[in-house]
Ligand binder design. Structure first.
Ligand code: MLT
Length: 206
């Protein structure tokens, strides 16, 4: 199996979609397990640790500065993550997951949607930004995406998250973009909105 340190927790409710949990910079495979359980109780949880280290902090791809990505590395790492998900699906017998990504994890989830649309059944992107300056023409027909941005996010300008929403919509995704009275960190509203969205979304239709 493609080599990612990860945690897997099997589903306790077959009706809940599997989640691919993608942590932020400096996080690890344990970080978002609690969040996953809160927003979708009973889902299978697949939670890899990013393979890039920035001053000892795990990330999913390299960056040149805050918000300035090494796009060659990002493309390569997104494909690597896609291969890991494919292998894990076989090993653990799970359906295509809905990604739940925060910050750096949301950015690689957005890249994965654009580069390998079939890997994910949908995505919850928490504080994501446009990952690629020249993305390929992706076909995301009907894929459900919840994008939650922070009005006062010092890392992701409002224009950037609006551009990401437009990019995904133009590729055919069913994008629900909400801007919350928050910064880069998550708030209670993120949890509530994510839980309600995943409860209503039909990821199998994607
Ligand atoms: C990134 O590098 O993906 C973004 O700047 C978010 C972060 O991890 O701080």
């Amino acid at each position: 199996m493609t080599d990612f340190i990860h945690r897997f927790e099997p589903a306790t409710n077959a009706g809940s979609p599997p989640l691919l949990l993608l942590h932020g910079t400096g996080g690890d495979e344990n970080d978002l397990l609690g969040l996953g359980k809160m927003i979708s109780p009973g889902s299978a949880l697949l939670s890899p640790r990013g393979r890039v280290l920035e001053h000892g902090m795990p990330r999913f791809f390299r960056r040149l500065a805050e918000g300035v990505f090494d796009e060659d590395d990002l493309r390569r790492r997104a494909l690597e993550l896609g291969a890991f998900v494919a292998d894990a699906r076989k090993q653990y017998g799970v359906a295509a997951p809905v990604a739940v990504g925060f910050s750096n994890g949301a950015n690689i989830a957005a890249a994965l949607l654009l580069l390998k649309p079939d890997v994910l059944a949908g995505a919850i992107l928490l504080r994501a930004m446009v990952p690629l300056s020249d993305p390929p023409k992706a076909n995301l027909a009907g894929k459900p995406v919840l994008l939650l941005s922070g009005q006062a996010d010092p890392i992701v300008p409002a224009s950037n998250s609006a551009k990401l929403a437009a990019l995904l919509s133009e590729a055919g995704a069913r994008v629900d973009h909400k801007v919350l009275p928050a910064g880069h960190q998550l708030s209670q509203a993120d949890l509530t909105l994510a839980r309600n969205w995943i409860g209503n979304v039909d990821a199998k239709a994607a």
